[in-house]
Design a protein around this ligand. Structure first.
Ligand code: ADP
Ligand code: MG
Ligand code: MG
Length: 254
């Protein structure tokens, strides 16, 4: 029941190596967190898993549900259940949030061999999901993310996730810029959506998120590699000592 297995993954952007041999295995039912300094390669890693075209994979493999997905297009990866929530969600003026969600939901249904959902059934479904993120239904009629506050955008990402039910959800700095209430709502949403057959990869710079979502495994990325892995105590250790302690450990070769 391994969902994601990344082996010795290297990737470049504009010819510059950013990922330098990442290894990571995520099993069904697990929540993992990747922490690390700004610029260590965390967002690059999440975008490479999602298949972002700006990055060139120069070595290694990404095995998702038993298949190497490196040759697959980003939309194909999404249809197969890889979801990437963005640090800066897109704004699409003129497209209502509800329409966007319905189109996304129906594309996924089609991929699963199902018929389009009835419009009224869809509205009922979305209303149930709104509870998860404590979102006001009025948001559904507004243009996608346009004028949404930071917290509302992040909640909207969780709403999309609740509808699409991904197998692997990657949340890149979903906590950045959130006040404590929004952070709790986002974290509660993730906790409600986590189950035995899916997996989460949380990417965060700060320990704060991890007091609300307890990951099973924490990894530290440094200079394009995962250099230390451990349990939730690792986040507390980092909080106390900062990322310098990682550097010291590495220099001493421990
Ligand atoms: P993190 O998410 O850990 O802060 P990133 O993955 O965003 O790190 O960035 C890793 C490194 O890649 C940084 O040194 C950054 O400057 C570089 N980088 C990211 N995107 C680009 C780009 N489009 N062009 C050139 N360098 C980039
Ligand atoms: Mg980043
Ligand atoms: Mg649960």
């Amino acid at each position: 029941n391994v969902i994601l297995s990344v082996k010795n993954l290297s990737a470049n952007i504009n010819g510059t190596p950013i990922l330098k041999g990442v290894n990571l295995e995520i099993k069904a039912g697990e929540i993992h967190a990747i922490m690390g300094r700004n610029g260590s390669g965390k967002s690059t890693f999440s975008k490479v898993i999602a298949g972002h075209p700006d990055y060139e994979v120069t070595g290694g493999e990404i095995i998702y549900k038993g298949q190497n997905i490196l040759e697959k297009e980003p939309n194909e990866r999404a249809l197969e259940g890889i979801f990437l929530a963005f640090q800066y969600p897109l704004e699409i003026p003129g497209v209502s949030n509800l329409d966007f969600l319905r189109v996304a939901y129906n594309i996924r249904r089609k991929h699963l061999g199902l018929e389009e959902i009835d419009t009224f059934d869809f509205e009922d479904l979305v209303e149930q999901k709104l509870d998860i993120v404590k979102m006001n239904p009025a948001f559904l009629d507004r243009s996608l993310n346009e004028g949404f506050s930071g917290g509302e955008k992040k909640r909207n990402e969780i709403l999309q996730m609740a509808l699409l039910e991904p197998t692997l959800a990657i949340l890149d700095e979903i906590d950045s810029g959130l006040d404590i209430d929004a952070l709790r709502i986002v974290a509660d949403g993730v906790n409600q959506l986590a189950h035995a057959n899916n997996a989460f990869l949380l990417i965060t710079h700060y320990q704060r998120l991890l007091t609300y979502i307890e990951p099973h495994h924490i990894h530290v990325m440094y200079d394009g590699k995962i250099v230390i892995s451990g349990g939730k105590e690792l986040a507390l250790e980092l909080e106390e000592t900062g990322y310098d302690f990682i550097e010291e450990k590495l220099l001493k070769g421990i």
